[in-house]
Design a protein around this ligand. Structure first.
Ligand SMILES: [Zn+2]
Length: 349
């Protein structure tokens, strides 16, 4: 997987030293859906809670920056301010304009809305309209791509779509991704090439296609960004439902990425034969993390995590449930802050 910042370029330009890179600030990207009282709990925060989140970000002294600027800074090997947050909304529900936008605009804070274009083109109820989006963009929002439809993009025949490995997949992506981007750009003027995977589900053929087409792409696995985050598997912290509680959100705002390299598996899809997958990676700066690394699996809590020098290997003792789950791995840094990386898994039927 390609990191945001190409290492060769960085070396050529004589950029940050290893130690400086190890300590370089990253960014926390928050993911919201609804900002409303009467929508599903797991994907909602109330307007009052959302306002508390913004207060917490301000109290921390974090700068809220446009997602595309954060990525451009990391890509260029430049240093971000010490504390950076980006705010994103998936699915373009109308509560963004009603409850979120006025609060963000009052602070002059930018944000990104990832939209599916078909519900907008078909004027589905509950969603923003293109006219709404034009107004939000004029007032500081960026619109990213969430696909033409909200497809399970890598589940293949099980959901009536071409499998990512099939010859028909490229044509599907031209419609689903490039087609959606064409609609976005036609309605709103050219927008940055940012993609958010519906349901946070992706696979290597999709990542490669997006990389070749010039998109950065976000999942729904948690963790901060840093310079070498894989550019088509970028993490975000969900900030809705149970994750919307302030005691859940606050520590994440100061979290740093656990810098890793040579991670496997590269594919989040797991079959029945490897339903308790091994997650293995090397610490990029082992000297910064001399202590233990502990991984946790969805529904299983702490799982056996072995360390051999810089190499960390974790495996859940039990098979993962069907559907999506994650391993989260954390270590404490010398700054006392928690460093975090997440690996998503998708166990298909
Ligand atoms: Zn979505």
């Amino acid at each position: 997987m390609k990191p945001l910042r190409a290492l060769a370029l960085w070396v050529t330009l004589g950029g940050l030293s290893t130690l400086a890179l190890a300590q370089a600030p990253g960014a926390v990207v928050l993911q919201y859906h609804f900002v409303a009282e009467d929508t599903p709990f797991s994907t909602s925060v109330s307007p009052a809670r959302f306002a508390e989140h913004l207060d917490a970000i301000e109290a921390l002294g974090a700068q809220v920056l446009p997602l595309q600027d954060i990525l451009a800074t990391l890509r260029a090997g430049r240093t971000l301010p010490e504390k950076v947050v980006a705010i994103t909304f998936d699915d373009a529900y109308e509560s963004i304009a009603l409850a979120a936008h006025p609060r963000l605009r009052a602070r002059g804070w930018p944000y990104t809305i990832f939209v599916n274009t078909e519900p907008l083109d078909q004027r589905h109820g509950g969603f923003l309209t293109w006219d709404d989006l034009r107004k939000l963009v004029a007032e500081g929002a960026t619109v990213g791509n969430h696909g033409l439809r909200h497809d399970y993009m890598v589940r293949g025949a099980a959901v009536g779509l071409p499998t990512p490995e099939s010859p028909a997949y490229a044509a599907y992506l031209r419609k689903q991704v490039a087609g959606a981007q064409a609609r976005i750009d036609a309605e709103l003027g050219p927008q940055p090439k940012l993609f958010a995977y519906p349901y946070g589900e992706y696979a290597p053929p999709l990542e490669r296609w997006l990389a070749e087409a010039g998109y950065a792409a976000f999942g729904q696995h948690s963790g901060p960004l840093w310079a070498e985050s894989p550019a088509q598997a970028l993490p975000r912290f969900p900030a809705s439902g149970p994750y919307g509680a302030l005691e859940s959100l606050r520590p994440k705002l100061s979290m740093r990425a656990l810098a890793i390299e040579h991670a496997s598996p590269e594919d989040m899809r797991v079959g029945d034969a490897d339903a308790a997958p091994v997650f293995s990676f090397a610490l990029r700066f082992p000297e910064v993390h001399p202590g233990p690394v502990q991984c946790y699996a969805t529904g299983e809590g702490a799982i056996p995590t072995r360390r051999n020098g810089a190499r960390i290997t974790a495996q859940a003792p039990k098979a993962l449930a069907k559907g999506r789950s994650r391993y989260n791995c954390t270590a404490q840094g010398p700054d006392g802050r928690w460093h975090w990386v997440s690996q998503p898994f998708l166990r298909l039927n």
